[in-house]
Each structure stands twice: as structure tokens, then as C-alpha cells.
Design a protein around this ligand. Structure first.
Ligand SMILES: Cc1cc2nc3c(=O)[nH]c(=O)nc-3n(C[C@H](O)[C@H](O)[C@H](O)COP(=O)(O)OP(=O)(O)OC[C@H]3O[C@@H](n4cnc5c(N)ncnc54)[C@H](O)[C@@H]3O)c2cc1C
Length: 482
């Protein structure tokens, strides 16, 4: 028997999914050798927190990608707890901060009582001028329309239109959904995005009845719906990096991977870096975007790779702007506003970061994030940064009045940054799972498969680590930690 140590588990991709995979492996199998390879010169992937200083010296905490995570999904909070970061978390500032929707040349307050995208309170809807009387009447039909039979998936847009009507879709549900997926809801799979809405229809007929019943049976956790570390999300990445380094994980940045070769009779899989370096691996976790995973696995698992490469992605950008606190009233009582796709604008939304989160801007300033680009409306990103800033500035001024020039402007682009769970996604995931069942040396992690938000990306990494560990026990009869 050779004395040489076993090859490492190689994790490809140092975003939150890859980092969570590595961390979970150190927890369940502390003796495992782990190498984490990241293409970029930094860890964190789409998590990018910067402290930026304006020309006048004012400092701002700017999130270029995600700015928080949902507390109802356990693994955002759970990972923070595992890392001892719970005390550093802050909640989103509570109401009376409201959200608005742009429609008909003005901003309308989003009616209260939206539960899981569905309006459930009659009075705010009746009072709102966002919907016409006809749109309100059509919404009321939800209570009497029979549930559609059959098990076929359908698009989110088709489903909401047939239950709640076109107006509720275009003016309420579509803009809220686009804030999560940057998607065209008329192409998104209902089953892959909001299966609970179809459940509500089947079990209760009306969506409002259904989502309220679901809420009663599984009440949301108390406290804020969103949380984030007060120093920014990148502090989660730093904490993970430090814990992994202390556990002996070999973390390499500027280390793009170009291919993975499958195991053969005499050795395990081989990871090939773009530099030409080859690494023997015991198992491989691919935690890159799906289209990169498709390229990397093209030789080792061609059919699987084709399914991975087939997952569509939307490109978008966030333009962050800082202004001296504007006189305009909306900036004081709002978390921001949404722009429905039906208005034809390439801009999706604008949020007031410094009103959602404390300590983002010094007193006397407001920090805004303007979101540009969505699936099918990405041409806007061909423009240079100055043009995107000008567009964002014009957008904000058009809605809330003249604010002058921002004291700070920052553009963060996310080319092919948001996977699209299009109709057919559940079937694709089933094929991917079936292919993986024959490849026990391989696991996938990331936002492209079973949920696009941070808690799901974290869970995907942890699940991948557990899969690799379980396969090892099965192969050798001993745990990695033994
Ligand atoms: C604009 C935007 C806003 C968002 N806002 C929120 C939010 O507020 N809340 C929320 O919960 N979620 C939000 N999300 C989603 C969230 O960002 C993701 O769930 C999460 O960051 C995905 O992590 P990941 O590790 O799967 O992917 P990534 O962060 O993309 O990490 C993948 C990593 O793989 C690396 N890589 C790529 N190719 C290679 C290669 N060949 N070799 C080695 N490494 C490679 C990349 O450099 C990257 O570091 C947002 C996403 C976007 C784009």
C-alpha cells in the first residue's frame, strides 16, 4: 500500500456555492484534502462589497451584486450561524418604507397584503389606482374560477394571467418576479419558480385562499424577511475564506479550469487548469456558472454537458448612485420602485439602498441602486459605463425630480449572470440528476439548478459536499474523516 496521501477533492469555483461546499466538507470530513480553484483574482463570485469614497470624501458601502438574503430559507441564516456571524447581521428596515410601481407616467404604491406574489387583502387593492376597475373585477374571479386539471407545466405568465388577469400580471406580479429573476415571465417555468402557486390552485381553487392557508400552516419566521451582514455580504466570504484556510484548504485564485477528465481503471478524475497544470482528484465539485460547467465537462460527460450549456442566462447591470439627500418626498419613505416589462424600459427597478439598510451612506446622503437589463432586453448593456450612468440618472430624475449630478456613480455588470428557469427546466434538472447518478465522482453546485438566491446556492454547495462524502463512504466503507 502506498503512503502517499489521497488526492484532494477539487472544488471548481469560489463563489458562495463553492465556498459553502468546501466548508461543509471540512465539517463532515475534517481529514479530507480539499483544493478550491477560482478563475478570478478574488473569491465571492457575484458577492462583491466595496467601500467607495466620493470626490468630496463621503464614504459609501456599495454592494455590486446581491445585498441580502431571505430569512425564510434556512441556509443563509444557517451558514451565518455556523460561522458565528449572527451578531453581525442587520435586518431590512421595517415599514413604513414602501415600494412603488411605475405605471401611466406616475409611481403607485404597491398595495399592502401581497403574499408570495399574490394579492390577499381586498381593501388596499380596491383603493389602489394601479389597477383599473376592470382589472380589480378580473382579480376577484380568482375566488370562483375552477382549478385547471392536468399535470403539464406552464409558464408563470400564463398561469397568473389565467388566474388573476392580465393587469395583475403586468402591473404587480411581473415586476416583482423580474426583481428576482431578471426574466421574461412568459417564458419561465411555473414548476421551477413558484410551484406553491400551482399547489394553491389545486388544493384551494383560489390563489389568495391557497397562499393564506399555506402561510397559516407554515408561518414565516418572526423578524425581518431579509438580512445581511452590516459590513456587507463580502464579510461572509471573508469569514469562509479564513475558516477554510485555517482548516488547511488549498485555495487558489487566478486558477481557471478548462476541463475535467473522467476517472479510468487506474486513477481518479483529472482537473486540467488553463495554465496546463493537471491535478489528480479524488472527486470533483463543479460550482461555476452552468455554461462554464458545460464547457469543462464536455469531454467527461457530453450529454450532461449539453444540458448544462442549454441553461439560458440573462445579463444585467447595477448602477449605484449617491446623492445628497434629495428633497423629493419618495426618497424618504420608499425602499424603491419597480418598472414593469410592459413599459418597454430596459430598466427594471431602483432601490434606495441606504434606506433599506443602515450604515450604507453617511448622514445627508442617499445611496440608490438602479437595475438595468433583463432577459430579452439586454441590448442596453452594449453601451459604455458613462452611458449606463446617464441612463440611470435620467431614470431617477424622471421619476422623483431633479437631483443634480450624483456625487458617486459605479457600474457593475453581470454578463450571463442570472440563470433562467425556462419552461422545461424541471425536466432538464431531472436529466442532469440521472446523468450524475452514473458519475459518483462528480457533483454540481450553484444558482443554475434549484434556486437562484444565496440560501439556495449555499444549500447546493452543502448538498454537493454531502454527495461527495457519501460516495466516498460507499466506495471505501470508511468516512473521509476516518
Ligand atoms: C445582480 C444580482 C443581484 C442579486 N441579488 C441577490 C440578492 O439580493 N439576494 C440573494 O439571495 N441572491 C441574489 N442574487 C443571486 C446570488 O448572487 C447568487 O445566488 C449567488 O451569488 C450565486 O453563487 P454561486 O457560487 O452559485 O455563483 P457565482 O457567484 O457566479 O460563483 C461562481 C464562481 O465560479 C468562478 N468560475 C467561473 N469559471 C471558472 C473556471 N473556469 N474555473 C474556476 N472558477 C471559475 C467564477 O469566477 C465565480 O467566482 C443576485 C444575483 C445577481 C446577478
Amino acid at each position: 500500500m502506498s503512503d502517499s496521501p489521497p488526492p484532494p477533492v477539487v472544488i471548481i469555483g469560489g463563489g458562495i456555492a463553492g465556498l459553502a461546499a468546501a466548508f461543509r466538507l471540512t465539517q463532515i470530513a475534517p481529514a479530507t484534502r480539499i483544493t478550491l480553484l477560482e478563475a478570478d483574482d478574488r473569491l465571492g463570485g457575484k458577492i462583491r462589497t466595496e467601500t467607495l469614497t466620493a470626490d468630496n470624501g463621503a464614504q459609501f458601502l456599495v454592494e455590486g451584486g446581491p445585498d441580502s438574503f431571505l430569512t425564510a430559507k434556512p441556509r443563509g441564516i444557517g451558514l451565518c450561524a455556523d460561522l458565528g456571524l449572527l451578531d453581525t447581521l442587520q435586518g431590512i428596515t421595517p415599514q413604513p418604507h414602501r415600494a412603488y410601481v411605475a405605471w401611466g407616467g406616475t409611481l403607485h404604491e404597491l398595495p399592502e397584503g401581497l403574499t408570495g406574489l399574490v394579492p390577499t387583502k381586498l381593501t388596499p387593492i380596491l383603493r389602489s389606482r394601479l389597477l383599473s376597475p376592470r382589472g380589480k373585477a378580473r382579480l376577484a374571479l380568482d375566488g370562483v374560477l375552477p382549478a385547471q386539471t392536468g399535470t403539464e407545466d406552464e409558464t408563470l405568465g400564463t398561469f397568473v394571467r389565467r388566474r388573476l388577469g392580465d393587469e395583475v400580471w403586468e402591473r404587480l406580479v411581473e415586476p416583482l418576479m423580474a426583481g428576482i429573476y431578471a426574466a421574461d415571465g412568459d417564458l419561465l417555468s411555473l414548476q421551477a419558480t413558484f410551484p406553491q402557486l400551482r399547489d394553491a390552485e389545486i388544493r384551494h381553487g383560489g390563489l389568495a385562499k391557497g397562499v393564506l392557508a399555506a402561510r397559516r400552516s407554515t408561518p414565516s419566521p418572526s423578524g425581518p424577511a431579509f438580512k445581511t451582514p452590516s459590513a456587507g455580504l463580502e464579510s461572509l466570504v471573508t469569514a469562509l475564506r479564513d475558516r477554510l484556510a485555517a482548516s488547511g484548504v488549498d485555495i487558489r485564485v487566478n486558477a481557471p479550469v478548462s476541463a475535467v477528465m473522467p476517472p479510468d481503471a487506474s486513477s481518479g478524475p483529472t482537473v486540467i487548469l488553463a495554465s496546463g497544470e493537471r491535478l489528480d482528484a479524488e472527486a470533483v465539485i463543479v460550482a461555476t456558472p452552468a455554461f462554464v460547467a458545460g464547457e469543462i465537462l464536455a469531454t467527461a460527460a457530453p450529454a450532461l454537458a449539453e444540458d448544462l450549456s442549454g441553461i439560458a442566462h440573462a445579463s444585467s447591470a447595477i448602477v449605484t448612485l449617491a446623492y445628497p439627500t434629495p428633497r423629493a418626498g419618495i426618497a424618504r419613505d420608499a425602499h424603491g420602485y419597480l418598472i414593469p416589462r410592459a413599459l418597454g424600459s430596459p430598466i427594471l427597478a431602483c432601490t434606495w439602498s441606504s434606506l433599506k439598510w443602515e450604515h450604507r451612506a453617511p448622514d445627508g446622503y442617499v445611496l440608490m441602486r438602479v437595475f438595468l437589463g433583463r432577459y430579452g432586453q439586454e441590448d442596453v448593456l452594449a453601451q459604455d459605463d458613462d452611458a449606463l450612468i446617464a441612463l440611470a440618472v435620467a431614470e431617477v430624475q424622471q421619476r422623483i425630480g431633479a437631483l443634480g449630478q450624483p456625487v458617486l456613480a459605479r457600474v457593475q455588470r453581470w454578463m450571463r449572470g442570472m440563470p433562467q428557469y425556462l419552461l422545461g427546466h424541471p425536466a432538464r434538472i431531472a436529466r442532469i440528476d440521472a446523468a450524475l447518478a452514473d458519475l459518483p465522482w462528480l457533483a454540481l453546485a450553484g444558482m443554475a439548478y434549484r434556486g437562484v438566491g444565496l440560501p439556495d446556492a449555499i444549500l447546493s454547495g452543502e448538498t454537493a459536499a454531502e454527495r461527495v462524502h457519501a460516495a466516498r463512504i460507499f466506495r471505501t466503507g470508511v468516512g473521509i474523516s476516518a
